[in-house]
Design a binder for this molecule. Structure first.
Ligand code: PGA
Length: 253
């Protein structure tokens, strides 16, 4: 069975002290969670402090982005070595907000995925279509381009260490969630593209999360779908109780 992963993407929310409090609340809430991988992604600023909170617990640390260079004159960026030193295990790459607002391209996603894997960290590769693309019949071509681009020149061994997050852009932060069927159909397609690239063994092994307005009241339905192996959670990850309710739905699977 594939690993279920519930990851909280805190985006640009919470000060450092608020982040520590939230992390402490989550650590306390999930201490009996055994099967589901629980991941939190605070801001860069709060990450080192949050790392101290989650150390030795069953909560894993992610960062929300990374630069592909090792060091140097790249104002505003951080490197994989910095992420590794504080104990981050996952890096979120290619989030639609990065793609929409901060010039993320298929090429930069690929560079970041390679860098993350070369450091022994796990990329959570975000893909997803806009409503315009879906309604215009471009869903499959958009997702295929994103998947093929992200995995360019990535070996089978490395691909196995990656996670995909399918996040329809129209569902992110909007309260409009994909139906269970829409999400399942699309995630099955995503898996089929991974199969085309790497074969069935890899496509059956990779965890594919759903993201976009996943909440306690819709999580169980989404997480019951065959090709949904967890969630990337924004808004509902900002409170221990709502985040825990989603984790509990995954754990109950
Ligand atoms: P949301 O965000 O849960 O607030 O829709 C999801 C995401 O962007 O990862």
């Amino acid at each position: 069975m594939r690993q279920y992963i519930i990851a909280g993407n805190w985006k640009m929310n919470k000060t450092v002290s608020e982040s520590v409090t939230l992390a402490q609340g989550i650590v306390a809430a999930v201490k009996n969670i055994k099967k589901t991988e629980v991941v939190i992604a605070p801001t860069f600023l709060a990450a080192a402090k949050v790392a101290d909170v989650v150390k030795g617990t069953n909560v894993k640390l992610a960062l929300q982005d990374i630069h592909w260079k090792d060091q140097g004159a790249f104002t505003g960026k951080i490197s994989v070595d910095m992420a590794k030193e504080i104990g981050a295990e996952y890096i979120i790459i290619g989030h639609s907000e990065q793609r929409q607002y901060f010039h993320e391209t298929e090429e930069t996603v690929n560079l970041k995925v390679k860098k993350t894997l070369s450091a022994g960290l796990k990329p959570i590769i975000c893909i997803g279509e806009t409503l315009e693309q879906r309604n215009g019949g471009k869903l499959e071509s958009v997702l295929r381009t994103q998947i093929v681009g992200a995995y360019k020149d990535i070996s089978v061994e490395d691909a196995l260490k990656s996670v995909i997050a399918y996040e329809p852009v129209w569902a992110i932060g909007t309260g409009v969630v994909a139906t269970d069927e829409q999400a399942q159909d699309t995630q099955a397609f995503v898996r089929s593209v991974v199969k085309e690239i790497y074969g069935e063994k890899v496509s059956e092994a990779i965890s594919i999360q759903y993201g976009g307005s996943m909440k306690p009241d819709n999580a169980a339905g989404l997480l019951a779908q065959k090709d949904i192996d967890g969630g990337l959670i924004g808004g509902a990850a900002l409170k221990p109780d709502t985040f825990f309710a989603i984790i509990a739905a995954a754990e109950a699977r």
